[in-house]
Design a protein around this ligand. Structure first.
Ligand code: ARG
Length: 479
């Protein structure tokens, strides 16, 4: 819970307790903080989410301070067990957060001193909240990236499983949302897989730059104590230390980069969502979404709305918004730390939560997709989708492609006038367009033949789709 009992509402009493300031940083202050300002500048309402990583960082810091002789080993042990007890209290919901104590860092530190006494006040030696918070966010984000990657892998596997099952399923492929050429539905699903696999790579790449230790930077210039940053980094599992103290506390580019990766992923999800919405409409009728992922209408009894994909599509907007917020937050800050940076957390947290929710929603939904094979196949046959195959057949008879294109165009014009498909034209009608055309032409108009003929790496032939599925599994790694 958050204790606001002693924090009056903004418009009333301007102060917290009487003389001077009771803040951890209150030494140079004569007067108390305005109560609204206290609330306005606090971050504990949201940054308490970082508590486990804050405590993890403090334990490593205290351990390092003892290793270099700044703390005795008894002091270290007292501090470490105090921090562990506080973590257990917070885990169990037994901790009272205070807005007066501003943020997660000072809430934990005050609780530590309250619990273990004077020695608690030594923890903040050779440290500032500036390098502390930068460390907390990096630790937290690194864990979140690992969690998100796990969810993404589950979705990637679900896509490959479905793609393999649907390798032979014929779907009309579109360009300009006009029927273009038939493709394997599995092939389409593997296109989604490729998009998301690149997102996975981007996430891993961003993780590398997140994986560096700011602690030791102090407020901005470093510290006068003989710290061992490599040890702290090792204790926290960081791959390396931030090389410049000013940069360590000032930049949040790793968070921006993460949000950029998340935005791209959300754009991909949004495109997938859009297709799911279209395909599940009466007009397309290619798929049926499971009831568990849809809702009804309060007025129209017949409705079954694709809410989950629609929400995923809609949520892309907030993540892209967070990216813009973080870029804008950073762009005019002079080095080094500025309080502006406190505003990094809510967009970052919401980005993680939104992405995580969407990954879960799609990871659950994809395996339940019901595919309406006959509808897909009928749609793939309509709209002269094998016209290119007809032209390719003419090329094999020795006709230059540009001329073949014109011949097929003329055939399509006749079919449009007669309101029939190319296969419904007679051989005589076709031979009137080019005498070299023979019976074989009809084989080239078949949608399954059209799929099978694109038999090369990256092509839509079912045999290639199956090979791509096997390769895809190897690329993601074990489940
Ligand atoms: N709550 C602050 C933040 O999120 C912690 C760092 C505060 N540092 C300071 N010099 N006021 O950025």
């Amino acid at each position: 819970m958050i204790d606001r009992a002693s924090s009056p509402t903004p418009s009333t009493a301007p102060t917290t307790p009487a003389v001077g300031s009771d803040k951890l940083w209150g030494g140079r202050f004569d007067g108390p903080t305005n109560a609204f300002v206290e609330e306005f500048t606090a971050s504990v309402q949201f940054d308490r989410r970082l508590y486990a990583h804050d405590i993890q960082g403090s334990i490593a810091h205290a351990t390092m301070l003892a290793a270099v002789g700044v703390l005795t080993s008894d002091e270290r042990d007292t501090i470490v067990s105090g921090l562990e007890a506080i973590r257990a209290d917070i885990d169990a919901g037994r901790f009272t957060w205070s807005v007066q104590l501003e943020d997660v860092h000072m809430n934990v530190e005050s609780a530590l001193t309250a619990r273990i006494g004077e020695v608690g006040k030594k923890l903040h030696t050779a440290r500032s909240r500036n390098d502390q918070v930068a460390t907390d966010i990096r630790l937290w984000l690194r864990d979140e990236i690992d969690g998100l990657t796990g969810r993404l892998d589950r979705l990637l596997h679900a896509l490959v499983d479905l793609a393999e099952r649907e390798a032979d399923t014929v779907l009309p492929g579109f360009t300009h949302l006009q029927a273009a050429q038939p493709v394997s539905f599995g092939h389409h699903l593997l296109a989604w897989f490729e998009m998301l696999l690149r997102d996975r790579e981007r996430l891993q790449d961003c993780r590398k730059r997140t994986d560096a230790l700011p602690l030791g930077a102090g407020a901005l210039a470093g510290t006068t104590f003989p710290i061992d940053r490599a040890l702290t980094a090792r204790l926290l599992g960081f791959a390396r230390v931030c090389e410049n103290s000013l940069d360590a506390v000032a930049d949040r580019d790793f968070a921006i980069e993460f949000t950029a990766c998340a935005s791209l992923m959300m754009v991909h999800f949004s495109r997938m969502a859009e297709e799911l919405v279209l395909w599940s409409s009466q007009q397309f009728g290619f798929i049926e979404l499971a009831d568990a992922f849809c809702t009804g209408s309060s007025m129209m009894p017949q409705k079954k709305n694709p809410d989950v994909p629609e929400l995923v599509r809609g949520k892309s907007g907030r993540v892209i918004g967070h990216l813009i917020a973080l870029l804008t937050l950073m762009k005019s800050q002079p080095l080094a730390y500025n309080k502006d940076n406190q505003e990094d957390k809510e967009p970052l947290f919401d980005t993680v939560d939104t992405l995580s929710g969407c990954l879960r929603a799609f990871g659950d939904l994809i395996p339940t997709l019901e595919v309406r094979h006959a509808r897909m196949r009928d749609a793939a046959r309509a709209g002269f989708t094998t016209a290119t195959d007809f032209a390719d057949y003419l090329v094999r008879l020795g006709i230059p492609f540009r001329d073949a294109h014109a011949v097929v165009g003329a055939a399509v014009r006749i079919a449009v006038e007669r309101e029939c498909e190319l296969k419904d034209l007679t051989l005589t009608e076709l031979q009137a367009l080019d005498a070299r055309i023979d019976e074989q032409v009809f084989a080239s108009l078949d949608v399954d033949a059209a799929l099978a003929a694109r038999d090369h790496r990256g092509g839509t032939a079912p045999i290639q789709v199956r090979a791509a599925c096997a390769a895809a599994r190897a690329r993601i790694g074990a489940r």
